[in-house]
Design a protein. Structure first.
Length: 193
């Protein structure tokens, strides 16, 4: 999936509409292989994103580091996408995901993302989550559908992708708080040590 924002972040071409929020000093391939669009956003090509992650074009990215998540009584093992290229590549070209696996997209601050399913082969559901870890919205997404699913809220800081229908099957809905094995999402990803 991808995200859009009014902040200065790099765009996730696979499912992002617009920019992903990142600090002003971008890391990795933030401007590499990208050209500004009419809106002043960065458009990343498939080839540049693949080379920046050392992933051949048309191939999934290697498995990312994982964290255990709890959504009520339900547990997930979630890969964590944090860098611009990890976020841009997301679940693209993967052919399967185990029932209790997920991908968690972590953004620098709250914004109003829009995710889509470019080059994504498996049906997914995504949850837009605020900085406190509360699920604000849940959406089902169709494989290869490039229609953006814009968040209704500008308070989204995390996006969680699971197999389509996982939230419903596990009775996890809007208002559920997501925690990790290390505590809150904020403590896990932004706590200063």
């Amino acid at each position: 999936m991808a995200a859009a924002s009014s902040h200065s972040l790099s765009m996730r071409f696979c499912r992002i509409l617009g920019l992903v929020l990142l600090p002003v000093a971008c890391t990795g391939g933030c401007g590499r292989g990208a050209a500004p669009t009419a809106e002043g956003r960065l458009a990343v090509t498939t080839a540049s994103a693949a080379s920046a992650t050392n992933v051949p074009a048309g191939r999934p990215q290697p498995k990312l580091p994982t964290v255990k998540l709890w959504l009520g009584a339900q547990e997930l093992a979630a890969e964590v996408a944090r860098t611009p290229m990890q976020v841009q590549t997301g679940m693209m070209f993967r052919k399967s995901m185990a029932e209790n696996e997920a991908m968690l997209f972590v953004f620098a601050g709250p914004h109003r993302p829009a995710f889509w399913m470019k080059n994504t082969l498996i049906p997914l559901s995504c949850a837009y989550i605020d900085s406190e870890g509360t699920i604000l919205e849940i959406h089902d997404m169709k494989p290869k559908d490039e229609s953006p699913i814009q968040a209704e809220s500008g308070r989204v800081q995390y996006v969680l992708e699971v197999n389509q229908g996982w939230f419903e099957r596990n009775k996890v809905g809007v208002g559920t708080v997501v925690r990790t094995e290390h505590g809150s999402l904020t403590d896990t990803f932004f706590k200063r040590r």
